[in-house]
Design a protein around this ligand. Structure first.
Ligand SMILES: NC(=O)C1=CN([C@@H]2O[C@H](COP(=O)(O)OP(=O)(O)OC[C@H]3O[C@@H](n4cnc5c(N)ncnc54)[C@H](OP(=O)(O)O)[C@@H]3O)[C@@H](O)[C@H]2O)[C@@H](O)CC1
Ligand SMILES: [K+]
Length: 502
């Protein structure tokens, strides 16, 4: 499990150590961690550090100090380095160490911006030390013009790789908001604790991979604000069939999805649920959709029945339901059933406050905007996308349901409880039908759930697990070309096999 803390909490945890005079020691630990990550990346990209071209973007504060000390160590290994100073001040001791190891310095001014950008583009690695947890707002003045730098991951492996020191400059360390122009990275090397701003919204996109450097403050931190499940956490949430099980004891998933207008959503949700592993799928919906499901998945049991008359352990309602009134009624009944229920897509419009955490709403940003406005908030879609951490918490608190907000980092909030962030997905999953498969995966996990723990956040953890399985399946599929959503269940089966037996 990865635990994340607001930048303000990390600063508070550092305070007693700083007051005890340990600031320089903490900075050396941070800088050494950054140096090691940069050295590993350079060794991987070009075989050796000797002769590498390094650019340090250094702001006025300790963040720039970290980056300058890290670059000093690279200079000592034979790299060449230039510091681009984005402020009139720089950390004095770190800059002196950098100069004495042979580093060159370029002061960023209007007339040097293009030279600085050219240096970056010709380098092997850029260390972004403009702003860390002390940054307020986005990049200012000439530094804002550096935001055009594209990390190598966006440019098919070309140089330079960008490494963010603690967090990408211009990103809010608490919320992940970009308060204006900001830098983006291939790798963020973060100190003391992962910041929540790396787990949500623009910050999650800008961070790239995340590496944590222990600087000895973990003991001073309280409970994390955001967590991320790793595969061993997900494996502990899964239930495997045992000898003596039958289809009903394993768990039955009811799916009230699809309509004559959008029949495919029901087929996709059913396929994903079966690939995740459930005892049986009972499908409720119009006859033409049942026919398609039978053709693709003969093991599904289909009926045009109601929710109260159908015996299942969990529900999925909403994908592809469109304006079908019967499917809308089934979604309302599923929410009222007391059973775990995934409420997706069109069914989200039927949400009323007063739900329980066993109801899991799975909106994308557009559906989230509609939901929040129906609950009395005044917010538009860009507002939700800019600060998804705030809004996913708000939606969970307003509805009483668990809320999964899809995105580059998918966020899951339990009402009043923990928040999870999963960022395993690939941009290839931004495709029609992708959300339907996520519903099926989550429905299957809920239907077979026998972990017996129902503490706060239990349903949020299962939803986070589903988001991770979905993302990993997408990545696996993307390895062999563009992702075809109807084939995603094959990837889901592989991911499940690894989780269960890996
Ligand atoms: N504390 C510790 O123990 C350890 C901290 N560590 C490291 O320190 C980092 C925090 O360092 P920090 O507090 O010095 O703040 P930092 O992020 O470098 O920037 C502040 C400077 O920038 C300025 N400034 C603010 N906003 C601005 C903007 N938009 N555009 C331009 N300038 C802006 C601001 O000036 P102001 O505007 O407030 O006058 C101030 O001069 C942390 O992320 C980690 O990397 C590690 O070494 C481990 C030990
Ligand atoms: K930074």
């Amino acid at each position: 499990m990865i635990s994340a803390y607001p930048g303000s909490a990390v600063r508070a945890a550092e305070r007693p150590l700083l007051e005890a005079g340990a600031g320089p020691e903490l900075m050396q630990k941070a800088a050494y961690g950054l140096y090691r990550s940069a050295a590993a990346l350079l060794a991987q990209r070009r075989g050796r550090i000797y002769g590498a071209a390094v650019v340090v973007l250094a702001g006025a504060g300790n963040n720039g100090g970290d980056a300058l000390y890290a670059a000093s160590r690279l200079l000592a290994r034979g790299a060449g380095a230039t510091a681009v100073l984005t402020s009139e001040q720089a950390h004095p001791e770190a800059l002196a160490a950098f100069r004495s190891n042979g580093g060159r310095v370029l002061q960023l001014r209007d007339e040097t911006v293009s030279a600085a950008l050219a240096l970056c583009r010709e380098s092997d690695v850029v260390l972004d030390g403009v702003l860390g947890t002390g940054g307020k707002g986005g990049l200012r003045s000439q530094a804002a013009q550096l935001a055009v730098l594209a990390p190598a991951r966006l440019r098919r492996g070309e140089s330079p790789a960008v490494i963010a020191c603690d967090l990408p400059s211009g990103i809010d360390a608490d919320t992940g908001q970009a308060a204006g122009p900001h830098l983006r990275a291939d790798l963020t090397v973060t100190f003391g604790a992962v910041k929540t701003g790396l787990m949500a919204g623009p910050g999650a996109e800008a961070a790239g991979e995340i590496e944590l450097v222990d600087i000895g403050i973990a003991g001073y931190l309280d409970a994390p604000a955001v967590q991320r499940l790793e595969n061993r956490d997900i494996a502990a949430l899964l239930t495997e069939p045992v000898p003596g099980d039958h289809k009903y004891s394993r768990g039955v998933l009811g799916i009230a999805a699809g309509s004559e207008t959008y029949p495919g959503a029901a087929v996709l949700a059913t396929g994903a649920a079966l690939a995740t592993g459930t005892g049986m799928v009972r499908y409720l919906g119009p006859e033409p959709v049942s026919g398609l499901i039978h053709a693709a998945h003969p093991e599904a049991v289909c009926a045009d029945s109601t929710v109260p008359l159908t015996h299942v352990q969990a529900w999925v309602a909403g994908p592809g339901a469109g304006v079908d009134e019967d499917q809308r009624r089934r979604a309302v009944e599923a929410m009222a059933s007391g059973l775990p229920a995934v409420i997706d897509a069109d069914a989200i419009q039927a949400v009323e406050p007063g739900l329980g955490p066993q109801v899991i709403l799975t909106p994308h940003a557009g559906e989230m905007t509609g939901l929040l406005n129906s609950l009395g908030e005044r917010i538009d879609r860009p507002g939700v996308e800019a600060d998804p951490l705030t809004w996913v918490r708000r939606a969970a608190d307003l509805t009483g349901a668990t809320v999964l907000l899809k995105g580059w980092a998918t966020l899951v909030a339990a009402p009043g409880g923990p928040v999870y962030s999963q960022a395993e997905a690939t941009p290839w999953l931004a495709a029609a039908g992708s959300g339907d498969t996520l519903s099926g995966i989550l429905g299957a996990l809920l239907s077979t759930d026998r972990t017996g723990t129902r503490g706060p956040g239990h349903y949020a953890r299962l939803a986070a697990a589903a988001a991770s399985i979905h993302g990993q399946a997408g990545r696996l599929a993307a390895e062999s070309g563009p992702v075809e959503v109807s084939k995603l269940p094959e990837g889901v089966r592989s991911v499940m096999a690894d989780l269960l037996h890996g």
